[in-house]
Design a protein around this ligand. Structure first.
Ligand SMILES: Cc1cc2nc3c(=O)[nH]c(=O)nc-3n(C[C@H](O)[C@H](O)[C@H](O)COP(=O)(O)OP(=O)(O)OC[C@H]3O[C@@H](n4cnc5c(N)ncnc54)[C@H](O)[C@@H]3O)c2cc1C
Length: 471
């Protein structure tokens, strides 16, 4: 058995990578190791290049308003590589009865924040619009119970606004079922807003009055950002900061147990590693298998977090094959429309640097809670589904010049009702194992900045632990 490792990180997705980078920043004394099952680092971040096309198989950008992503890029010296989405096309659509309707302006943090676009949108019937506008007069709920996103939005804005405005946006983020997702675990700011202000719209209106309007439609307003040639620029930049011997790719941690004050890991190649502290930056169902050997209760709590399987399908065309101009970032397809297509991004509008000049790149997001079978379908079946969607919704019948399908079985953790209580039990149990820390998308945020935060926090705790400083 090789020994003397101070901190072992299991999982080389963005959370594990951020943890490894933070260990270096904090000047951890002694060796650490990052163990990744796959032959490449990055996990869900999967950038592929085909000629001048940049294809993202997983995430394609991240929220700039959550500081951890941009801050990490700054530290890595690649902040100047970040680009916002192209402001010329800042508009999105919602599919209703197979037709595309423009998403009303002013949807902020999932809910409508402006009255006029809400009252004039053709996406909702007159009755639906009036009901949504009455949100200002709906009494707030104060019992503090965990409520589903569907419950909250329907109660405040009515069923139509939920079904055609909010649910499709929600699916685009979590691929989840709004009847099951916990508001407290996903959009806690809305609970606070209702409690303090009574009405979402009223509070947003107040905030707008107090805020100077941005000049123009805003090149400087960076909602979502990404490095010019893809998110794997971040992965590579982090990798450059980690000493090469500390990275072990293509080797899974198969077993984990405690031995005295240390942790022992058996790797897929039979090697046993001993570490003072372990950061498990794996999805919670894998983390459950790893801790099961020494804490059944923790494993059981981790297994309660459900996951949904999804896939992305990218297709490219010569610009001449697109008869109807794609004038926006794409569309979302509500659950009420049926079928496994959740969203369609017009990537070449969103990120023009990622295609050749005469190329159009379109990406579909398929699979959601209750419609996950598509992820197990053959490539041919998926291609048939996408061709039919292209023809029906966008009028594109040309044969794509490029196809890329990325499957993410159990790829999206679901923060369902009770997630907070579940987390409390998980964190309680983890806290009883000195030197053990968890990180990653399964717990307190699935976005890239949240995962970075979780990795950095776990690394800081591990350094405090091995340095003998009380946490
Ligand atoms: C299709 C899709 C689109 C998304 N779009 C966006 C987006 O646009 N913006 C955004 O912010 N977020 C997006 N997300 C969410 C975000 O990408 C993920 O939540 C995040 O990348 C997860 O990072 P992670 O490090 O927690 O986990 P992962 O990336 O899953 O990394 C975990 C790693 O652990 C490794 N591993 C597993 N088991 C073992 C083992 N036994 N031993 C060693 N290693 C192991 C895995 O191989 C993997 O590399 C998207 C997710 C998906 C699936």
């Amino acid at each position: 058995m090789s020994g003397d490792i101070r901190v072992a990180i299991v999982g080389g997705g963005i959370a594990g990578l951020a943890a490894a980078h933070r260990l270096g920043e904090l000047g951890l004394e002694g060796p650490y190791v990052l163990l990744e099952r796959a032959p490449r680092l990055g996990g869900k971040i999967a950038t592929e290049r085909a000629g001048k096309y940049v294809i993202e198989g997983g995430p394609d950008c991240f929220l700039a308003s959550k500081p951890a992503g941009v801050a990490l890029c700054r530290t890595l010296g690649i902040e100047d590589r970040l680009r916002g989405t192209d402001p010329r096309f800042r508009r999105s659509y919602v599919k209703r009865n197979g037709r595309l309707y423009e998403l009303p302006a002013g949807i902020t943090g999932l809910v409508p924040s402006r009255i006029r676009p809400l009252l004039t949108t053709r996406l909702l019937t007159l009755r639906g619009r009036v009901r949504a506008g009455l949100e200002m007069f709906v009494r707030s709920r104060a019992d503090g119970a965990d409520e589903s996103i569907a419950g909250f939005v329907t109660r405040r804005f009515g069923v139509e606004a939920y079904r055609w405005l909010v649910e499709p946006l929600l699916s685009g983020i979590y691929a989840g079922d709004g009847e099951q997702l916990s508001l407290r675990a996903t959009f806690p700011q809305l609970i606070e807003l209702e409690r303090r202000q009574g009405s979402v719209i009223r509070m947003m209106l107040k905030a707008r009055v107090g805020r100077a309007r941005p000049a123009g439609s805003g090149g400087a307003q960076l909602g979502f950002v990404t490095p010019v040639t893809g998110l794997d620029e971040i992965v590579e930049a982090i990798e450059r900061t980690i000493p090469a011997p500390a990275i072990r790719r293509g080797v899974a941690v198969e077993r984990l147990w405690r031995d005295g004050g240390a942790y022992v890991m058996r790797l897929g190649d039979g090697v046993e590693l001993r570490a003072e502290s372990v950061i498990l930056a794996t999805p919670s169902f894998i983390t459950a298998d790893l801790v099961a050997g020494f804490d059944d209760g923790l494993a059981a709590a981790l297994r309660e977090i459900p996951f949904v399987s999804t896939a992305t399908v990218s297709v490219a065309f010569p610009a001449a094959a697109i008869a109807r101009p794609l004038d926006g970032y794409g569309y979302v397809s509500p659950r009420a429309e049926g079928g496994p297509v959740v969203a369609c991004t017009w990537t070449s509008n969103k990120f023009p640097d990622r295609v050749p000049q005469d190329g159009v790149l379109i990406r579909f997001f398929v699979g959601r809670a209750g419609a996950e079978e598509v992820v197990r379908a053959s490539d041919d079946e998926i291609k048939r589904l996408i061709r039919a969607e292209l023809e029906r919704v966008l009028g594109i019948s040309a044969e794509p010049v490029l196809w890329r399908i990325f499957r993410w079985p159990k790829g999206m953790p679901q923060y369902t009702l009770g997630h907070h209580d579940r987390l409390a039990r998980i964190e309680d149990a983890t806290g009883r194992h000195e030197g053990l820390f968890l990180a990653g998308a399964s717990y307190r945020g699935i976005g890239i900045p949240d995962c970075i935060d979780s990795g950095r926090a776990a690394a800081a705790q591990a350094v405090r632990y091995v340095s003998g400083v009380a946490a």
